[in-house]
Ligand binder design. Structure first.
Ligand code: ADP
Ligand code: ADP
Length: 226
C-alpha cells in the first residue's frame, strides 16, 4: 500500500532558486526510503514539502490518498525527528511525550498507556521523571523519537537525526531506528548525506543531485552501479 506519493514536485524559493526540479517518489507502508546526496541537492527542501513546512511550487504531495499541498503541518499525519531534538527543556520526559496528546484532548488513561508503551520500546522507561538536561545525547534522541511515535503517524520524517551524536552512538541509534521502524511498520523518509547510513538503513535509496533524482533503487542496486 502506498503511503506517500510525491508527484512532479517542484520548489522555487521566493529568491528564484530552483531547489527541486520535478521529483517523483513513492513510499510504501512499512518502507524506509533514504534521500541521499551532496549538500544543497534539495533533500531538506523535499522533506519539508512533505511535512508542509515549505509550500509546493508545482506538483502534488499525496499522503494516504489525499492531496495535502494545502493542509497545514499539524493536520498532516506525519511526525518529524530532527537532530536538535526539539524537546521542551522545562518538562519531564513523561510530559514531553504526553504533551501533544494532551493538547489533542486524548483521555488520560490512553496518554499514559501510549507514553509507557513508547518509553518501553525506546528503553527510556527509567527516565520518565527526568528533565532533558539530565539525559545523555542518545537518551534525548530517544525521547525525540518517542514524541514522534506517540503521534501514530502514517510516516516518519527523519532529517539527519543522528548528526549531533558521536560515531559509536550514531551506529547504535541507527540500528535502533531500523528496529523500531520495522516493528511499527510505519513508512519513513530518512535524509542524510552519509552513504553508510543510507546503505544500512534503506529499503530504497533516492539519490538526489541538483534538485533532480539521479537514481532510485535498493542499496545494492545504487551502490553496485558506477
Ligand atoms: P540539502 O538538504 O540537500 O542540503 P536544501 O534542500 O537545503 O539541500 O537546499 C537545496 C537548494 O535550495 C540549495 O541550493 C539551497 O541553497 C537552496 N535553498 C534552501 N533553502 C532556501 C531558502 N529558504 N531560500 C532560497 N534558497 C534556499
Ligand atoms: P500536538 O499537535 O500533538 O499538540 P505539540 O503541541 O507537541 O503537538 O507541538 C506543536 C506543533 O508541532 C503542533 O502543530 C504539532 O502538530 C506539531 N508537532 C509536534 N511534534 C511533531 C512532530 N514530531 N512532527 C511533526 N509535527 C509535530
Amino acid at each position: 500500500m502506498t503511503t506517500l506519493s510525491i508527484n512532479g514536485a517542484v520548489k522555487r524559493y521566493p529568491n528564484g532558486a530552483l531547489a527541486v526540479k520535478g521529483v517523483d517518489v513513492t513510499v510504501e507502508q512499512g518502507e524506509l526510503v533514504v534521500f541521499v546526496g551532496p549538500s544543497g541537492c534539495g533533500k531538506s527542501t523535499l522533506l519539508r514539502m512533505v511535512a508542509g513546512l515549505e509550500s509546493v511550487t508545482e506538483g502534488e504531495i499525496v499522503l494516504d490518498g489525499r492531496v495535502v499541498n494545502d493542509i497545514e503541518p499539524a493536520n498532516r499525519n506525519i511526525a518529524m525527528v530532527f537532530q536538535n531534538y526539539a524537546l521542551y527543556p522545562h518538562m519531564s520526559v513523561y510530559k514531553n511525550l504526553a504533551y501533544g496528546l494532551k493538547n489533542r484532548g486524548t483521555p488520560k488513561e490512553e496518554i499514559d498507556r501510549k507514553v509507557r508503551e513508547a518509553a518501553k520500546l525506546l528503553q527510556i522507561g527509567d527516565f520518565l521523571e527526568r528533565k532533558p538536561s539530565q539525559l545523555s545525547g542518545g537518551q534525548r534522541q530517544r525521547v525525540a523519537m518517542g514524541r514522534a511515535i506517540v503521534r501514530d503517524p502514517s510516516i516518519f520524517l527523519f532529517d539527519e537525526p543522528l548528526s549531533n551524536l558521536d560515531a559509536k552512538l550514531r551506529n547504535q541509534m541507527r540500528l535502533e531506528i531500523k528496529r523500531l521502524q520495522r516493528r511499527l511498520e510505519t513508512a519513513a523518509i530518512y535524509v542524510t548525506h552519509d552513504q553508510v547510513e543510507a546503505m544500512t538503513l534503506a529499503d530504497r535509496i533516492v539519490v538526489l543531485n541538483q534538485g533532480e533524482v539521479e537514481q532510485i533503487g535498493t542499496p545494492a542496486e545504487v551502490y553496485s552501479n558506477p
